[in-house]
Design a protein around this ligand. Structure first.
Ligand SMILES: C[S@@+](CC[C@H](N)C(=O)[O-])C[C@H]1O[C@@H](n2cnc3c(N)ncnc32)[C@H](O)[C@@H]1O
Length: 272
């Protein structure tokens, strides 16, 4: 087996591609070839390449090693302690754009890195974009990703973070809330369990506590005919649909077999 790359700053040469692939494969990386390509493409010096490989071998998620995640064709900056956007969530963005292609006011609630808001702004063109999160680390990261789209990022608990003047004006309210049941957080892959904050994962006893709070209050913020979209799991979907319906939204479930994604979509009354 090739010797693993070393992080020593005195490394004379760039780690070879085969040695990086072998080191990543030995560490259990399923897509070792692709990851090696990305790491070697991103590293500016041989020492940096070696250090990046070492961090990946120690279990740091690839996106945190690189400092970015790909989402809807965008490079989203990610930082330690911030939820890494998942490809599955691209389906939520697609559903939002299909539901409200002429949206003028967009809110990304529970924004994490701000990937959803950035992707919506990129797809919709000129929109008034707001994002919010309770976690200061997420707020800082989202500002990096959303500033280029003219968006504003607010810090606080759900709707409390938003400027009051948004009440009754939101055309798309996208909220990828935490939805893992508390007892199942410990069963998540180590990359999530060890590197993502609990507040980004834990959705309470049945995983739907934050979703219920968002659904219950969404009607006050949606514009007439505006929509709320929340990702959920296959198992939780019936209860999530029920929470939306109880909140007075006209509700449906959209499913992507390819991404194994489930998105509940609720539309507010047409008369405000
Ligand atoms: C599953 S992550 C999703 C992040 C991002 N929307 C994405 O799709 O990549 C959930 C996010 O919700 C935030 N969050 C959890 N509880 C919150 C609350 N009560 N108010 C605002 N944000 C909250 C977490 O800090 C985390 O960034």
């Amino acid at each position: 087996m090739p010797a693993p790359p070393s992080a020593s700053p005195s490394s004379p040469s760039r780690p070879s591609r085969p040695s990086v692939v072998a080191a990543l494969r030995a560490a259990g990386c399923v897509f070792a070839e692709d990851e090696a390509e990305l790491i070697l493409g991103a590293a500016r010096t041989p020492a940096e390449a070696a250090a990046m490989v070492d961090r990946r071998r120690a279990g740091l998620p690839l996106e945190l090693v690189l400092g970015w995640a790909e989402f809807k064709g965008l490079r989203i900056a990610v930082e330690p302690g911030v939820f890494v956007p998942r490809r599955r969530t691209e389906f939520l963005v697609d559903q939002a754009v299909a539901q409200a292609p002429d949206a003028a006011v967009v809110v990304d609630l529970c924004c994490g890195s701000g990937a959803v808001g950035a992707a919506l702004a990129a797809a919709l063109g000129r929109v008034e974009l707001h994002a919010a999160d309770i976690d200061p680390a997420a707020v800082r990261c989202a500002r990096r990703n959303i500033a280029g789209h003219g968006g504003r990022v607010h810090e606080g608990d759900l709707f409390e973070a938003l400027p009051g003047e948004l009440r009754g004006r939101v055309d798309i309210l996208a909220a990828n809330v935490p939805y893992v049941p508390t007892a199942e957080v410990g069963l998540l892959p180590a990359e999530a369990r060890d590197h993502e904050p609990l507040v980004a994962l834990d959705g309470g006893a049945d995983g739907l506590e934050v979703l219920r709070r968002v659904a219950a209050e969404a009607g006050r913020w949606l514009a007439p005919g505006g929509c709320l979209l929340i990702e959920t799991s296959e198992h939780q979907a019936p209860s999530a649909v029920d929470a939306f319906t109880r909140a007075g939204l006209t509700t449906r479930l959209a499913v992507s077999e390819e991404l194994y994604a489930h998105v509940v979509i609720g539309v507010g009354a047409l008369v405000g």
